[in-house]
Design a protein. Structure first.
Length: 419
């Protein structure tokens, strides 16, 4: 870990000493941790003369598979493409149903529609905000073909329960691990637990290539299928045809997709992968500081990390006790913005989105746990490049916003009848 990240382990001021007098300071929600190493890696690709998918991409796949402990890794253009290819390789087809949590980004569900299947939304566990296996079990029909557990914020879902459910009903599992690099469940790293695991390398993710994704699997036939389908269904890769010993001939075996990753992006990914553990440690340090600071404030609920799993800390989702505040979640966020702290919300449940309501008939109230947590949650900045001043500013802004929004409760006077 470099000096900037090591700095995050140093103790900050006691919360009572914090003042948000630095209102001119602006803390962005995210800054991608990229720098000279990534720039140098891209420069080397440019000088190599090979720009699209080629040797760097295959090296990235090899190193990524080794890192998560999987047999195969297939690099693709986005995390959404990863989900699409995995569902296609899993045999999900038109008329099938796929279970997934309503608390997720639309990409999880829209990938299901790409193969002509129906996304069947499921409520969440109120503690972790991950998919509730019991509610999922209630929604299984004869058409249910697969389940997509989404590891929200980086904390893994209850994969033992998910696997038991899948075995009982012959379901394929496609993990949405867009937030979960590197995360662990009962001693296993996410990426080696299920048949398919899909990662995202979008600009805000724990490993970024700007845009990009990866699928890991131990199924060799599925891996071969996904490699074929990611590049137009052509039976061999373009870079092999254009080498000195290559052949101009190619054969189209399937109507595939244009989902390949470039060597530009893969070069960045290799640099990011090498510092993935250090970046996680930096985020964990920030999360610990946040939780220690916010745990004594009765208006705030800090994230719960269950003892049998480890989170990547992709997000720090803070929840508000709205009944103890004179503002709602939106008002709290607006107050933080006035104090120079950018926030986000993860996620607006899909059953509240107009498309899923009109296409599938979902309505407000269908998933009460997800809806209640949505109205109370907000995501704070958490990324390796945060400075001590920025971390302290976020903490003081949150505490001061909670203090100014606190409902003052009257204490009833107790009068002794003998007086």
């Amino acid at each position: 870990m470099d000096d900037k990240n090591l700095m995050l382990t140093q103790p900050g001021p006691h919360p009572e000493e914090m003042k948000d007098h630095l209102c001119e300071l602006q803390v962005p929600f995210h800054r991608a941790p990229v720098g000279e190493e990534e720039a140098q890696a891209v420069s080397e690709v440019i000088r190599s003369g090979w720009l699209t998918m080629g040797p760097k991409t295959f090296e990235f796949e090899k190193e990524f598979a080794k890192y998560v402990g999987a047999q195969h890794a297939i690099a693709v253009s986005t995390g959404t493409a990863a989900l699409h290819l995995a569902l296609e390789a899993a045999g999900v087809r038109s008329g099938d149903e796929v279970l997934l949590p309503t608390t997720t980004f639309t990409a999880t569900a829209e990938a299901v529609t790409y193969v002509g299947a129906r996304p069947m939304l499921v409520d969440v566990d109120p503690v972790t905000m991950n998919i509730d296996p019991e509610d999922a079990a209630r929604r299984i029909t004869q058409k249910t073909k697969a389940i997509i557990p989404v590891h929200l914020a980086g904390q893994p879902c209850d994969m033992n329960e998910i696997h038991s459910l899948a075995r009982a009903h012959r379901l394929r599992i496609v993990e949405d691990a867009a937030h979960a690099l590197p995360s662990e469940y009962r001693g296993k790293r996410v990426g080696q637990i299920s048949e398919f695991t899909c990662f995202s390398f979008y600009a805000t993710k724990t490993l970024t290539t700007g845009e990009g994704g990866m699928i890991t699997t131990d199924n060799p036939k599925a891996a071969e299928r996904m490699r074929l389908m990611r590049l137009h269904g052509i039976e061999c890769d373009a870079w092999k045809r254009y080498r000195g010993d290559g052949s101009w001939f190619y054969e189209v075996l399937e109507a595939g997709f244009k989902y390949n990753l470039t060597d530009f992006q893969s070069a960045i990914g290799l640099v990011q992968l090498a510092k993935c553990n250090a970046m996680r440690q930096a985020r964990e340090s920030i999360a610990q500081r946040y939780s220690e600071t916010f745990s004594s404030c009765e208006e705030l609920v800090i994230p719960t990390v269950l003892p049998d799993r480890g989170t990547s800390w992709h997000l720090y989702i803070l929840r508000l006790r709205i009944d103890r505040l004179n503002v709602d979640r939106s008002g709290f966020i607006e107050a933080l913005h006035r104090r120079g702290v950018a926030c986000s919300v993860h996620f607006i449940p899909l059953h509240l989105q107009s498309y899923y309501r009109s296409a599938y008939g979902y309505q407000p109230g269908d998933f009460p746990h997800a809806e209640r947590e949505y109205h109370s949650c907000l995501s704070l900045p958490i990324y390796p490049g945060m400075t001590e001043i920025e971390i302290n500013h976020v903490m003081s802004a949150v505490l001061n916003t909670a203090a100014e929004s606190r409902i003052v409760r009257a204490v009833a006077a107790h009068v002794n009848p003998s007086d």
